[in-house]
Design a binder for this molecule. Structure first.
Ligand code: SAM
Length: 279
């Protein structure tokens, strides 16, 4: 019988304490050890539920140092719960190195799913959410942030970002400048908390909304930004031309001309043409 312990990755509330699941409660109370990003913050949550647990701090600065120690406890048969300050651990939160190491060692890891700010925001965003890219926090330095946004300009999937109150306005401004003032955006602020607010409009309107009311610059934010609607259209048009040229030109020549006419990848066009010829 396998006598090693299990690492449970446990989601905790992102605001409303009642969002702690029944299972999260029991896993945390039964665990031999709870690894928390901030022991004081987790203590408040546990106190609210009358849970007493053995907690140890586990954050970005000591995660690698503690890996061996934690893994040894799992080998010794202890069950360990990993929680972060809010939401799902590892999602813009510590824990990645530990989970990877647990897999490497062939130990067991199991999720206790629950709150996550990105998914909560997406679910009420009114922006298409069947395909999305989670980008977490953009760089804090302006030039790097603008470059990161430039790299996402042609992304057709919905984009999801986390942002803090210090940078919300600058961030919206950079998004508008790089992605376009008309792009739809949903700002989810203080989700599940007393001052929960959702704003849906263009980046232009969002900037105005945030700028004109200082309360709208306070708290925690998720930004859900619509993808570039022209990219798929560009691809469709490129495919149409490819089809026409393909009947009279070799695949390499046709894909070169089309990729020069539209800003689409030549190899992707070439592969598409070869596939079509096969069918
Ligand atoms: N692991 C967390 C999760 O599952 O969502 C995210 C942790 S990350 C360090 C914290 C960021 O998540 C905040 O700066 C904010 O962008 C977003 N966030 C967390 N809670 C939120 C809330 N209640 N409302 C809006 N955004 C929130």
């Amino acid at each position: 019988m396998d006598s090693s312990g299990i690492l449970y990755v446990v989601a905790t509330p992102i605001g409303n304490l009642s969002d702690l699941s029944e299972r999260a409660r029991s896993v945390i109370s039964e665990a031999d050890l709870v690894l928390c990003e901030d022991t004081r913050r987790t203590a408040r949550l546990l106190q609210a539920y009358g849970i007493s647990a053995r907690a140890r701090s586990f954050h970005d600065h000591n995660e690698n140092k503690l890996l061996g120690w934690v893994v040894q406890r799992l080998w010794d048969g202890q069950d360990i719960a990993l929680v972060s300050d809010a939401g799902t651990p590892l999602i813009s939160d510590p824990g990645f190195s530990l989970v990877r190491e647990v897999h490497r060692q062939g130990l067991r890891v199991s999720p206790v799913p629950g709150p996550n700010a990105a998914i909560a925001a997406l679910s009420v965003s009114g922006v298409p959410c069947h395909r999305f890219c989670f980008e977490g926090f953009l760089p804090s330095q302006a030039k790097r942030r603008q470059n990161a946004l430039r790299a996402l300009r042609n992304e057709s999937r919905t984009l999801v970002f986390y942002e803090s109150s210090h940078r919300i306005e600058e961030c919206l401004k950079d998004m508008a400048n790089v992605l376009g003032w008309d792009r739809p955006v949903m700002i989810g602020r203080e989700i599940t908390k007393i001052h929960e607010t959702f704003f849906l409009g263009s980046l232009d309107e969002a900037l105005h909304f945030t700028h004109s009311d200082e309360n709208q610059r306070k708290g925690e934010f998720v930004l859900v930004v619509g993808g570039n609607p022209d990219v798929d259209l560009e691809w469709q048009r490129a495919c149409e031309l490819l089809e026409r040229l393909g009947s009279s030109l070799p695949a390499s020549e046709a894909s070169r001309i089309v990729s020069e006419t539209f800003s689409v990848n030549r190899k992707r066009l070439y592969r598409r043409m070869i596939e079509q010829k096969k069918n």
